[in-house]
Design a binder for this molecule. Structure first.
Ligand SMILES: Cc1cc2nc3c(=O)[nH]c(=O)nc-3n(C[C@H](O)[C@H](O)[C@H](O)COP(=O)(O)OP(=O)(O)OC[C@H]3O[C@@H](n4cnc5c(N)ncnc54)[C@H](O)[C@@H]3O)c2cc1C
Length: 489
């Protein structure tokens, strides 16, 4: 590959060609590669894992074994970048359903009305969401995927004002002889929560970005089950939410490829689902309704229980850096990672790709082809604005648990909690408001939609919701065939 060179080879002046490098082949990196392919002649995506041909979890994405829901906003944006993505998911075995028509959804105030329009959902394992994307990226002209290579540092111009590429090691032999340099006009870091970009910047003489970490102490556990042959119900999925602050436990049961269910259990405020059989079953039984536990009592587990803990909300403030090198941007979980209970990560990665696309187009229009001066600052600022809403939704909900660390509950957050408490029963009683709530939950509408006069008026009329009135399973009795009884939703 002409962009690869051994250390000591003649330096190449950035800007005389069109080569972009993406660090990390997760969802954010794949979407960034797609966007960059429209702006650069060549794109190289560097991934440290050897990438599997088949759809399977891999070491570099440990969360890949956990349940993943792709919200409709992410699905829409990906469909725009890769037309036919949804159809390919279906052809590969993803299950198509509608939320809430095909699901039992227990919100903090009660069961969601299943006659709502809601939105469609492709339900699949995380390796499928990523693997189908990777297939599409491999087919893009001008894009090379360099797997089994680990980026260890940034290359910079002699005055360190520009990033000019990356240093790579082949994963199989991390010694000096395996070192390569990959020269580039733009480097995009999409290496996830564990991104080393702050350290790379420090090595180049720049201050590391400040970080905000809001930690509700959420533990995850997931397990795959075979759907029993002959199983019949009028639902395909069950979503039992937590009821903060008194009930921090959540359980989602979703159908995935190959006739399987993926169970996801999540516990905030340190109430992590155990991984031993008895503890796991007891946690499942302690959810707000027994429907999932009842249904799984006769289902055959396909995998052991797997746990995951790295779930804190994490924001690296690249937008606030007083000085930065040109031609280096950061996106995806490497900038902003969420408590995953709200399912925002992949959609936010898609929003980041859309933002990068818009910034690159604007850059070309305003400053001409090949001029990337100022792009890094403009992109990080715009991305921070786009990340602000999902961040606010996730952290303000997490701050309902008094044990959450990293941010004070200020007056605005307290008022938000009071307002949300008033709104919850309205979502159960008023289908119009419920549709709006679902649009916000699916990231299809902005959270400010919940503050329009119509919604404010409905909330003002509602009686305050007493969250302590219903503990786990209180007032909810499993109905025949696993359906909630009439009147309980
Ligand atoms: C438990 C859990 C459950 C989740 N559930 C959901 C959900 O339901 N819905 C949802 O939308 N999101 C969910 N997410 C979030 C989602 O996984 C991510 O937000 C999304 O995939 C974007 O991640 P990313 O591509 O930025 O990073 P990652 O997926 O972490 O990918 C980073 C990639 O970079 C590679 N890499 C790292 N360092 C280097 C290096 N130095 N050189 C080369 N390669 C490198 C890694 O191997 C990896 O492939 C969940 C997250 C967790 C933790």
């Amino acid at each position: 590959m002409s962009w690869l060179r051994d250390p000591g080879a003649a330096a190449r002046v950035p800007g005389d060609g069109g080569h972009a490098v993406v660090v990390g082949g997760g969802v954010a990196g794949l979407l960034a590669a797609r966007v960059l392919a429209s702006h650069f002649d060549q794109v190289t995506l560097v991934e440290r894992d050897p990438l599997p041909e088949v759809l399977q979890a891999r070491k570099g994405v440990p969360q890949g074994r956990m349940q993943h829901v792709m919200l409709p906003r992410g699905q829409q944006l990906i469909e725009r970048l890769f037309p036919g993505y949804g159809r390919e998911l279906e052809a590969t075995g993803a299950v198509t359903l509608r939320i809430p028509a095909d699901a039992l959804v227990l919100t903090p105030a009660g069961w969601l009305d299943r006659s709502l329009t809601g939105w469609p959902l492709h339900s699949a394992s995380r390796p499928m969401f990523e693997g189908v994307l990777r297939r599409r990226v491999r087919d893009l002209p001008g894009v090379t995927i360099l797997d089994g290579h680990h980026v260890t540092a940034l290359l910079t111009s002699p005055d360190r004002r520009q990033v000019t590429g990356t240093v790579l090691h082949q994963v199989a032999g991390v010694d000096d002889s395996a070192t390569r340099e990959l020269v580039a006009d733009l480097v995009v870091d999409a290496s996830g929560r564990g991104s080393r970009a702050p350290a790379w910047l420090a090595e180049a003489g720049y201050p590391a970005p400040t970080t905000t970490r809001v930690d509700p102490d959420v533990g995850y556990a997931s397990r795959i089950y075979r759907i029993p042959p002959g199983f019949r119900a009028d639902w395909q999925a069950v979503l039992l939410t937590s009821q903060p602050p008194s009930m921090p436990r959540t359980g989602y049961l979703l159908p995935i490829e190959d006739g399987q269910w993926m169970l996801g259990l999540m516990g905030a405020a340190g109430q992590h689902p155990p991984t031993d059989e008895d503890g796991f079953t007891a946690f499942l039984r302690s959810l707000r309704h027994p429907v999932i536990a009842d249904v799984l009592a006769t289902a055959e587990p396909v995998t052991p229980v797997r746990a995951y803990r790295g779930t804190a909300n994490l924001m690296r403030h690249y937008e606030r850096m007083a000085s930065r090198p040109e031609r280096f941007v950061v996106l995806g979980d490497a900038v902003c990672a969420f408590n995953p209970v709200y399912g925002q990560g992949m959609s936010t990665a898609a929003i980041a790709a859309e933002t990068l696309d818009a910034c690159l187009s604007e850059q070309r229009r305003r400053y001409g082809a090949g001029n990337l001066d100022g792009l890094a600052r403009r992109f990080q600022r715009r991305l921070a604005r786009r990340n602000a809403e999902p961040w606010m939704l996730s952290t303000s909900e997490d701050l309902r648990f008094p044990t959450t660390t990293g941010m004070n509950v200020d007056l605005a957050t307290r008022l938000m909690h009071r307002y949300a408490d008033r709104l919850q029963p309205v979502i159960i009683q008023d289908v119009g408001i419920a549709e709006i709530y679902l649009q916000v939950f699916g990231m299809l509408a902005r959270p400010t939609t919940l503050f329009t006069p119509r919604v404010l008026a409905a909330a003002a009329r509602a009686k305050p919701h007493d969250a302590s009135a219903s503990g786990p399973t209180a007032g909810l009795v499993p109905a025949p065939a696993g359906r909630p009884q009439e009147g309980s939703r």
